[in-house]
Design a protein around this ligand. Sequence first.
Ligand SMILES: *[C@@H]1O[C@H](CO)[C@@H](O)[C@H](O)[C@H]1NC(C)=O
Ligand SMILES: *[C@@H]1O[C@H](CO)[C@@H](O)[C@H](O)[C@H]1NC(C)=O
Length: 407
Amino acid sequence: MRAAPLLGASAARLPLSLFLLLSFRLDRGVGAKELKFVTLVFRHGDRSPIETFPNDPIKESSWPQGFGQLTQLGMEQHYELGEYIRKRYGKFLNETYKREQVYIRSTDVDRTLMSSMTNLAALFPPEGVSIWNPGLPWQPIPVHTVPLSEDRLLYLPFRDCPRFQELESETLNSEEFQKRLHPYKDFIETLPKLSGYHGQDLFGIWSKVYDPLFCESVHNFTLPSWATEDVMTKLRELSELSLLSLYGIHKQEEKSRLQGGVLVGEILNHMKSATQPSNHRKLVMYSAHDTTVSGLQMALNVYNGILPPYAACHLMELYSEAGSEDHPCCCLLPGVWRPSGAAVYPHPPWALLAERLLSEHLNRRLNEGRHARPIFVTRHRSPMQHSKDRLSPCGHHSAHICPFKSA
Ligand SMILES: *[C@@H]1O[C@H](CO)[C@@H](O)[C@H](O)[C@H]1NC(C)=O
Ligand SMILES: *[C@@H]1O[C@H](CO)[C@@H](O)[C@H](O)[C@H]1NC(C)=O
């Protein structure tokens, strides 16, 4: 984190008295906070490829459970994440599973369902009276889901929105996107001969060429001779560009309102409920995909441009500040966790930025005193927009319909 050196550097220029005052206030602020509510949004663990390119000698049958499935490595990653969550929030959750305290929702996909279940096995092993089979240190914890066709929260991107489709094609035609794509034009031309995949769209290159090669390398398969380190780097960069252009590059705000912003709205609603005296809920967990984690981060304007790694977990913590009962909740600590090695995956100092933005906007929202409009968080503009800026899940299941409603 760059926060400490920054603070140190500017503090060094301040007169001593001011510096003391500053550190005193900071200390007081930190000491007075009490954790109230936690939201976690994570990606599933290591998986087999979802599909592959025509010339791939490694077919679906090479994977023990076929395509798109959580592997044992993926289970290990989520077990590790569950242990981390237990360590971080064990005291807060009072160590044992209480149904009114936690809610878990997953997309209706094998790998996300299985990831959340593995995670929960580590987070809530039975203790004391909840032990039901002494030979099995596990208890069932419910994981909720809805069919993919009805999922207007986690199964991003929501592609059946005509306005989003327009924005996507505008993005692909934008100068900025073309500028970023240009250096790779010749490289893309070489791919059909090598892979047998003839599509030129970046999402296809990501999901049908880069992703299967990546999965195979993780699992120690021998890659085709053309998949050199240099080729893999270019493929990864194109995949990152694909993800970035999905939610960003052009009209990021409007796209986010139709995509990750919907989840932001839901999370803020939960936080608002968490400030009520009657609230018992302490933890909400969402088990989803790289496109969900990045879509959320794009809507928060804190995305770092890296493909979210397996079991990457975006944490949001809501605190109350003692002595300010009128404005009980005012601070969020977003962070990203990934298994093994680094505790956080590399990111710019956006954690601080997001903390500031979210706490500002959450305060405004909580202070409205009536059912608030969902808001959109952005770095450059006032986030409180007017009705056209409502976060709206797009499509017929929702009360908020995107401007160009689908049939
Ligand atoms: C934790 O749970 C125990 C047993 O149910 C209870 O006695 C204790 O008060 C709880 N602690 C907190 C901080 O809620
Ligand atoms: C791949 O090989 C490395 C080095 O031998 C090993 O540590 C790793 O566990 C293997 N990966 C898998 C998924 O088996």
